[in-house]
Design a protein around this ligand. Structure first.
Ligand code: ADP
Ligand code: MG
Length: 744
């Protein structure tokens, strides 16, 4: 039976092509376990990997901690009672393959394992081997009995050769063989060659890619490894191309909405500010500043991403842009991810502006404008006043947290939205702020996390990117050391606190950072981290900030030092008071959570001690480290870990210790992380991720797809002559991503 394709084959229900109405059928399970109900969704359920001929005896290739699939024969099977719970039993299955290697797999579901895996049977196993007494072993593998290794995929090719065996992402009872069987049926019944292709024939030819139907076949039942690779390349390219086409289309659409120009004024606030500025702008700040000034003067909305390492001076760049907008009679808003940061930005901007931020006051400048703070925890009266100033336009510059994007906030005329530390801020929130302006305001997004080019092109598709590469002069280098408490004696920890005491004795200040807030009762008190480690069997519980505060405050080395606590759950006043006290040097040692991660600026702080640093990502550690090295004194960062040296997370710490270059670290970060996480919530602002495109591997492919998409959109800005492409866009972009792309 060959069901003729018609428009929308991919959107047809799977049940039309593959029988299976019982609730236990594979088709039903696909819907239930994986949300796969249409032809397209199943075709797009790509194999995770392929078992290649000759690699079936992969038992010798297994690596502890790495999830894999392999085909093996059951050599022996025995069932025994669990010692801890005699009512339950375990089944130990020893499997072997052509290499002769053996692996013991222990099943807790003894009954079914015993039944499904008789001695001599062959099965495809999926699981994660571990090391037990120095030997590889596994508990609780997924398995699917098979007749012969080849029958995992179904067959051999016409030439009689063994085919690569696809291994699918599995879920529950949905094992690879079951999925493969349904896919096979679908390939037989659906006329894939009649599928409309979003990639034009010329593009396929230029990129040397197979057409859509062929690619689906080669993806699921490849005749050769090469065909399979070509298919996968095609889907990577297609994903990039479809996404880029949509981004380009939206960019073209944006540029048709004119905005009011905000030209530079020779005698305005900005000009006066530049005169008053106590330092010279760096070359980078000047260049980016000119670029921004030109864009603000134009009639299409600026959409710029400003990336620069911590301390590279992004704030000044943003402030100058804001002043230019205020000069033209509009308002500028700056969104910060936390209250601490918003408050700091507000203070900083007010201080930088000096007389320019005191409108109507004696001694103020006639050009002065109001700088207003709006956060969630302000008193009702202060809030009302702030809202009034924002609505009337008396506040030329508004700094705030997400409170800024609440519905009650009305701007007189919002001309520029600056979003600080994008990675901490949801894209939706950025969008909401832009909604506050009657017209699309200019947007400047700032991030201290360098964004690889591929991500910039995809996630931030239609943003133009500027980078501040140099730090303002006079910065001292930061020495970073990993202090491994597991492998060193207590003397090492004593040296950590002694060093803190030394810094304090020299009049400097110290940050001690804990990964968790937690409550006081969660962990028993200890006099040293090292002692806490000895008391714990497995990986240590992450240090909580209150616990760490007690530990630090009680250290004999720090007797007499003023030690304080700061974390996000404190009330706003306490937080503000503590930050202010640290700022003015009334606190020597600040034990805190990552509330100090971004933007906090105390040049006198010269030592950063991060406890359990493995709980943080590379970029977070880099951010934390950026809190020091901001003044004239040399600074030190200690990453104090209780993990053993062989723990994989230690690699991240070594990477951070090896360089202070944010861009190098971003690269290391990418390499050490799984590709899939890169586009996770942190940067895309939603759950949307790319399925095919690899952020490291595919930079070039994305660039080519982008160029191809640019060509298409230049000719046909609304894609009206490209219905198939439009349909692909609709299908590929889930709602999340749609919402995200809406404003780019
Ligand atoms: P970030 O890029 O991390 O936001 P900031 O804008 O907070 O960096 O700048 C860090 C510090 O450097 C601030 O104290 C700021 O006033 C100062 N700064 C910025 N630009 C310069 C410059 N060109 N010369 C000297 N100091 C500068
Ligand atoms: Mg900053």
């Amino acid at each position: 039976m060959l069901v003729t394709a018609f428009a929308g084959l991919l959107d047809q229900p799977l049940t039309r092509y593959v029988p299976g109405t019982s609730p236990h059928s594979t088709v039903a399970l696909l819907g239930k376990e994986l949300g796969i109900t249409t032809v397209g969704q199943l075709l797009d359920h790509a194999p995770r990997r392929y078992i290649r001929r000759g690699r079936i005896q992969a038992l010798t290739d297994l690596v502890a901690g790495e999830r894999t699939s392999f085909v093996a024969r059951v050599e022996s099977s025995s069932t025994r009672r669990m010692r801890s719970d005699p009512r339950r039993s375990l089944t130990d299955v020893v499997v072997t393959d052509d290499s002769g290697a053996q692996l013991k797999i222990t099943f807790f579901n003894a009954y079914s394992a015993q039944k499904d895996l008789p001695v001599g049977s062959l099965a495809l196993f999926t699981g994660k081997p571990g090391l037990y007494r120095g030997e590889l072993a596994m508990t609780g593998a997924d398995y699917a009995p098979v007749e012969t290794p080849e029958s995992v995929a179904g067959s051999t090719s016409e030439s009689g050769e063994l085919l690569p065996i696809p291994v699918y992402p599995e879920a529950g009872k949905l094992t690879t063989p079951r999925i493969a069987k349904v896919v096979h049926q679908l390939l037989l019944t659906a006329d894939l060659d009649s599928l409309d292709d979003p990639l034009a024939p010329e593009l396929l030819a230029a990129e040397r890619l197979p057409p859509l139907g062929q690619a689906y076949r080669d993806l699921h039942r490849p005749e050769t490894v090469e065909a399979c690779e070509a298919a996968r390349r095609r889907f990577r390219f297609q994903e990039a191309f479809v996404l880029q086409s949509e981004l380009m289309r939206r960019r073209a659409e944006h540029s048709t909405h004119p905005v009011d120009p905000r030209p530079l004024r020779a005698d305005g606030l900005l000009a006066r500010f530049d005169e008053l500025l106590p330092f010279e702008l760096t070359a980078g700040q000047r260049d980016v500043g000119e670029q921004i000034a030109a864009e603000l003067s134009g009639t299409s909305p600026m959409n710029r991403l400003l990336q620069g390492d911590v301390g590279s001076g992004k704030t000044v760049v943003a402030l100058r842009a804001m002043l230019q907008v205020v000069d033209s009679g509009a308002q500028a808003a700056m969104l910060a991810p936390t209250e601490v940061l918003a408050t700091q930005h507000h203070e900083k901007i007010t201080a930088l502006l000096g007389p320019l931020a005191a409108p109507g006051q004696l001694g103020g400048d006639p050009r002065a404008t109001g700088v207003t703070l709006l956060t969630g925890s302000m008193s009702a009266a202060a809030r009302r006043r702030a809202l009034l100033d924002i609505a009337s336009g008396a506040a030329g510059i508004v700094v705030g947290t997400h409170a800024l994007i609440q519905e009650t906030v009305q701007f007189a005329e919002l001309g520029l939205a600056v979003v600080d530390e994008q990675h901490r801020f949801g894209v939706e929130q950025r969008d909401a702020l832009r909604d506050k302006a009657g017209q699309v305001p200019h947007t400047l997004v700032m991030t201290a996390t360098p964004i690889p080019r591929t991500v910039a092109m995809t996630v931030f598709g239609d943003l133009d990117v500027s980078t501040l590469r140099e730090l303002p002069g006079g910065r001292r280098p930061i020495d970073t050391f990993v202090v491994g408490l597991a492998e060193h004696g207590p003397a090492w920890e004593n040296r950590v606190w002694a060093l803190a005491a030394e810094h304090v004795a020299q009049g400097r200040q110290v940050y001690v950072v804990a990964p968790k807030i937690g409550d006081d009762a969660a962990l028993p008190p200890f006099t040293s981290l090292r002692a806490s480690l000895e008391a714990q069997q497995d990986e240590p519980e992450p240090a909580t900030v209150t616990w760490l505060h007690e530990l630090v405050a009680a250290r004999p080395e720090l007797r007499g030092a003023r030690v304080s606590l700061l974390h996000g759950r404190q009330d706003t006043q306490t937080k503000a008071d503590t930050m202010a006290a640290f700022d003015t040097g009334e606190i020597d040692v600040l034990v805190s959570t990552t509330v100090v991660e971004v933007g906090v600026d105390v040049p006198n702080a010269t030592l950063m001690v991060v406890v359990d640093p493995e709980r943080f990502g590379i970029s977070q550690l880099h951010q934390l480290r950026g809190r020091i090295g901001r003044g004239e004194h040399a600074s030190t960062c200690l990453l104090v870990t209780r993990l053993p040296p062989e723990h994989p997370a230690r690699a991240r710490l070594d990477a951070v210790a090896a360089t202070t270059d944010g861009f190098e670290l971003a690269e290391a970060d990418l390499r050490l992380r799984k590709e899939g996480d890169i586009l996770g919530a942190s940067q895309s602002g939603g759950r949307s991720g790319l399925r095919w495109v690899g952020v490291l591997r595919d930079e070039e492919l994305v660039a080519r797809a982008r160029a191809a998409a640019e060509d298409v959109v230049r000719e046909d800005p609304e894609l009206s002559a490209h219905p198939v492409l439009r349909a692909s866009i609709e299908r590929v972009l889930d709602e999340d991503r749609q919402a995200f792309l809406e404003r780019g």
